[in-house]
Design a binder for this molecule. Sequence first.
Ligand SMILES: NC(=O)c1ccc[n+]([C@@H]2O[C@H](COP(=O)([O-])OP(=O)(O)OC[C@H]3O[C@@H](n4cnc5c(N)ncnc54)[C@H](OP(=O)(O)O)[C@@H]3O)[C@@H](O)[C@H]2O)c1
Length: 297
Amino acid sequence: MKITVSGGRGFIGSHLVAALQEAGHAVSVLSRTANNSGNVPTFVWDPGAGLPPAESLAGADAVINLAGEPVAHRWTDEVKKKIRDSRVLGTRHLVEGMGQAAVKVLVSASATGYYGDRGEEELTEQSARGDSFLSGVCEEWEAAADGAAKLGIRVVKLRTGMVLGAGGGALARLVTAFKTKMGGKLGSGTQWMPWIHMADLTGIFRFAAEGEISGVLNGTAPNAVRNDAFTDALGEALGEPTKISIPEFALKMMFGEMSEVMLASQHVIPENTLASGYQFQFSEVGAAVRSALGVSK
Ligand SMILES: NC(=O)c1ccc[n+]([C@@H]2O[C@H](COP(=O)([O-])OP(=O)(O)OC[C@H]3O[C@@H](n4cnc5c(N)ncnc54)[C@H](OP(=O)(O)O)[C@@H]3O)[C@@H](O)[C@H]2O)c1
């Protein structure tokens, strides 16, 4: 297939582009900056500014939509606007551009932030949205993607949990904290943390693009864990076991409203994803963390 990936140079995007190429697909990326290095054709597009260039979508069978302002920094009003607009306006622009081409499939990122802070409740793709800032952004982001369904395009929305992969994301930040003896459980540590190994996330993106499914899939491993169990698995993999807890008030002071990303409890079950027939490679967090860090048992 010919596949265009927005945000294809980011953490997930760079792994995904490699996986799609490995599977024999012809991939190009949309990025805000031109860069002719490497073997991936790049089209310049600023998601918030307008439609992508027509040639980036001409002849494409599928579009995978990953672009968005990073979430893991302090949320000023300006940052919140960028987080929302880069996703919601960006996806609307992308869909409008797809309507003028003959693209058949849109696989669009979303996040488990959709569910907000839900304590012990088990959350499937059928569960209602939460009431946090990110819940609202995800709802609007998914609604923008659904605009493509109205044009007869098959749409899959992937509500992704914390991605465990080499070279970036939350794991890289946590490793730095552990190496400086600042790693520890976050708040009470009892909050549920949805996670997924990069190989499975890229696998699900590919499965969704190649297959026939539509609707929402939770991009999370079958066995969600609580933050304290994840912290133990990471400490063990790094050979840096920790008994430290970082109190909730300290996280709120350091990160403000963004601390919800670390403290919200989301017991997410990938019900639709399992029912779709996707076979997970990593369902146990210890093995996933070791693989992402490249350490043997
Ligand atoms: N990583 C995770 O654990 C995780 C979990 C849940 C959901 N997600 C979602 O999955 C998507 C990809 O995540 P990622 O970790 O790969 O993120 P990333 O590394 O930050 O990559 C996202 C890409 O979006 C583009 N971008 C950044 N700021 C932008 C802005 N203000 N306006 C328009 N484009 C902008 C950048 O591409 P250019 O600089 O090339 O334009 C960037 O490479 C994101 O939408 C994220 O919310 C990620």
